[in-house]
Design a protein around this ligand. Structure first.
Ligand SMILES: [Zn+2]
Length: 495
């Protein structure tokens, strides 16, 4: 008797106007859960009749499987809570204002669009600001530091292969691109405070996100500790730095290890830079050179080693040549069951179409990058590139595409991402059902989580995102709001 009563206590019926089950919005539906797991779904009235005494949480709105953002930089996102967001800054004058309003300390500025300033302006900022200053572009592939910052840390700027140290008349003007960012990497990679990390996680939960792949390794220890103290509030699949592959293997670290909230994710490597900093590595003739960070041979060895030791690989490849290298390495040296991932995959060469069909991989893509990169595509004459940001093509040949944001590069806004993907022009639009799948089921698959989450069906975790209204084919992403975020049956965020 008592046993049954106790069980009843942990049973909760979640019901909502709409529940998203198997790609359709079910009206007046219910999801019966027990100890944070789904045990039944069906018409709310029918479940209610069968379980008249079960506690019910009744929602107005639409209940979705918890959204998974498969590409997050959690440390950088947390640090944006400590610095200044320059997304709306139009000139370097605004940077100067921020820098001069703070005395003595160090100023960090994020999300500045470097295309908005001239070399001359940077040179002035470099020499004429007294507060140590660091400015990071929204795609994090370009960084500006001033002389005061170099002095503070006694940095003698070095050249790096695969990087740019910007000079004017032979003199450094403060701009570092890609590998050259190594000069100040220790400043950028400093872990954010626990408080900022908490804020960042709370922000993600407020956006309806229940799970993330976090590629910022710097806060691994902090997140692991928070998890041990039962303080980690979002499911985190934690990436491992490529450089640490041998260490990881030595310590028998494997993808998927961990508990409810903190698990080992993929090993993260880079093959090229970004479009915004003109360092994406392309096969085609483009007005920039691109940058290659690993040779094909080196990367193949990494894939072989990682996969052979139970580690998934996630590789940053934006340009078509980088994507080609990733595909080759996965097909030659990868194990299909390790679900190797290509992060971004923004450009695909026509020559690679059959290689794509015949290679096992997961495409981890960010719809909002397309939205914010449109002007860059135009600038570099790439607006008619046949397979740019082409999740539609990849889905059409049954590839697993997992969506994410790359936050803080772009805001972690799932409805906006879905909107961008379904209203894409030039027949590259995908269905609402597919777009939702890329943020749920496919995200789960990319993180080896599909047996536990990503869908509202029996035996899955009760991870839900409650929106104020259902996403329909004609929704307005600005009117869609998250009302509650639920993980394992617990409400972890509420409006
Ligand atoms: Zn990233």
């Amino acid at each position: 008797m008592f046993g049954i009563k106790k069980k009843e206590k942990n049973r909760v019926l979640f019901s909502a106007d709409y529940v998203y089950v198997n790609g359709t919005h079910k009206r007046k539906y219910g999801v019966l859960t027990e100890n944070g797991r789904i045990i039944e779904t069906g018409k709310r009235e029918i479940i209610r009749e069968q379980f008249p005494f079960t506690k019910e949480v009744k929602f107005d709105g639409a209940l979705y499987p918890g959204f998974i953002d498969s590409h997050i930089h959690l440390n950088m996102l947390a640090k944006t809570f400590e610095g200044t967001d320059a997304r709306n800054f139009a000139t370097t004058n605004e940077i100067k204002k921020v820098a001069s309003s703070i005395d003595g300390e160090e100023v960090h500025i994020f999300n500045f669009d470097f295309n908005k300033a001239t070399e001359n302006e940077w040179e002035l900022l470099f020499n004429n600001t007294n507060t140590p200053l660091i400015v990071i572009s929204s795609d994090e592939h370009t960084v500006f530091v001033n002389r005061a910052l170099l002095n503070k840390y006694e940095i003698a700027v070095k050249e790096y292969e695969g990087g740019v140290v910007a000079k004017r008349n032979g003199k450094f003007i403060g701009i570092l691109k890609d590998r050259a960012i190594e000069n100040v990497r220790f400043i950028i990679d400093k872990p954010a405070s626990d408080e900022s990390i908490r804020k960042a996680i709370n922000y993600l939960l407020s956006m309806g996100i229940t799970g993330i792949t976090n590629f910022d390794y710097e806060i691994f220890d902090k997140l692991e500790k928070a998890d041990k103290n039962k303080e980690l509030k979002i499911r985190t699949f934690q990436g491992i730095k490529c450089k640490l592959l041998d260490d990881a293997i030595k310590n028998s670290v494997k993808t998927g290890q961990g508990g409810t909230f903190f698990r080992i994710g993929p090993v993260k490597c880079f093959l090229d830079g970004s479009l915004g900093s003109q360092t994406a590595l392309m096969n085609e003739k483009v007005p920039f050179n691109g940058m290659q960070t690993l040779t094909e041979e080196e990367f193949q060895q990494i894939v072989k080693k990682a996969n052979g030791n139970g580690l998934q690989v996630a590789v940053h490849a934006i340009g078509s040549k980088a994507v080609d290298m990733a595909l080759n390495a996965f097909s030659k040296s990868g194990k299909p069951e390790m679900r190797n991932r290509i992060e971004h995959m923004q450009f695909i060469s026509e020559d690679d179409l059959s290689l794509i069909e015949n290679t096992e991989f997961i495409a981890s893509m960010q719809p909002a990058h397309y939205k914010y990169d449109k002007n860059l595509l135009q600038k570099y004459g790439l607006e008619d590139y046949p397979h740019a940001y082409d999740w539609a093509f990849l889905l059409s040949i049954n590839k697993v595409v997992a969506f994410g944001s790359d936050a803080p590069v772009v805001p972690p806004n799932v409805p906006e991402g879905i909107y961008t993907a379904i209203f894409r022009e030039n027949e590259k639009n995908i269905t609402l059902k597919d777009a939702v799948r890329c943020y749920t089921e496919n995200g789960a698959r990319a993180n080896f989580f599909e047996k536990e989450g990503g869908r509202i069906i029996r035996n899955m975790n009760a991870d839900f995102t409650l929106l104020n209204k259902p996403l329909t084919e004609d929704f307005d992403s600005e009117r869609i709001k998250t009302i509650a975020t639920i993980i394992k049956g617990e409400t972890v965020w509420k409006k």
